[in-house]
Design a protein around this ligand. Sequence first.
Ligand SMILES: [Zn+2]
Length: 511
Amino acid sequence: MGFGKVISSAITGIDGRRVVVEADYGDGLPSFDMVGFLSSEVREARERVRSALKNTGIEIPPGRLTVNLSPADLRKQGNAFDLPIAVSILVACGILPEAFTDGYTFVGELSLDGRLRGIEGMLSHAISAGEQGMRGCIVPAENAAEGAMAETVDIFGFETLRDVIDFLLGNMEKDPEPVPDPAARPVREEDLDFSEILGQESLKRAVEVASAGMHGLLLVGPPGAGKSMTAKRIPTILPPLTREEQLETSRIHSVAGILDRSRGMVTMRPFRSPHHTISVQALVGGGLYPRPGEMSLAHNGVLFLDELPEFTRMTLDSMRQPLEDKKILISRVHGTYVFPARVMLVCAMNPCKCGYYPDRNKCRCSEREVRTYLGRISRPFLDRIDISVELPRVSLSEISSERRGESSKEIRRRVLKAWEVQKERYRDDGIVFNSQLSGSQIRKYCVLGQEEKDLMKNVFDRLDLSARAYDRILKVARTIADLSGEERIKAVHLREAVSYRGTDRKISGFM
Ligand SMILES: [Zn+2]
């Protein structure tokens, strides 16, 4: 007869939270009950733990067994509790001394034969264990490298329940070393590169400007013009993730179960391209016990919406606030969840339904149909887009030209420089990029000389600009000036910025 208590961890949102697993073993008719606000997977742990113990050769004498997971207000989900439940039972039955489990956080799924299986969210469990001052985490071998990336707590990975018991009892022939942080491993050479995009110089320039100021970008062009090909390569010209960003992005991917454990931390900026049929929940995150959506999976990287007019208005509108706030807040009765979502928005669309407007040899759409097609995108959503660029059909001469374009590495060097200029300038402003400038900040940081003022007045009158469009031109011009290393915005910068508003004027009322 006895009592056992071990520490485990649950995921809420993207954070790990301490869970205490207690087992009480008493006299009475043999039974096995589990309590503590458990999901059905956690309830099923009973069967897995029972079989795993038996197949590990451990005989639990018949008795009344009760397992409780606390805190009671926290919903316990997933399969990570199998291992701590098994260990707490071993302590309650006197097979393991409780002192031997002190200071460890246990997570892991058990298979019926007693093997340990990998779980989701390991990085968040490890970060949380580190914050609690635990001395180590005992985890499935499969998760060890991922847990070690947190660098805040020692990680011990095991293949089987038997190994965990031997380790705790000190029966191992040789104590396992904590797993080293795999971040030191060399990063795979990325196989996508900007040099593969032949010709299209003005497109590449627009993409560079957008990347330099993290401006929302819209690519308009016929099928086959290279819209997705270009979008996919944008992460290769963005500066590398900082260590902090790697951790943020990796833990989101880990919780969502898409972290490639063999590759360690996410080191490339993510590129996510949700299909236009995606549900709002899958896009921004949600559910009764919320999980991150595509916008959060793209955190610190690129969110690419191909065939923009096919997305429903409701879907696009659901992204507006997150794009503004760079995060998603989801409230539930049991708490508020925060999912980061700092993304570069890149959209692509055909110029009309058939895709070939204004090529009248191919396009049979009426002017009205073209306008209706473009008008499907809600205007408040378009307000998130600073740069739009039209892709012509690539000419044969461009495709057949031998000359390869600049490599991603060369472009990235310039983008990085522009990022650094902005970071320094906005040190005390709570923003990082030109695209985030507020109205008053624009007056402060986008000061124009007389020549430039005259130019803008001319453009303003001629194009019948809205105040919003006017501000967007100034923000983009600021980025162009930063790319050329110039303190003042000059007429040439403004002219280029104005040229990035050409396409969207066709979308009625946009400018
Ligand atoms: Zn058409």
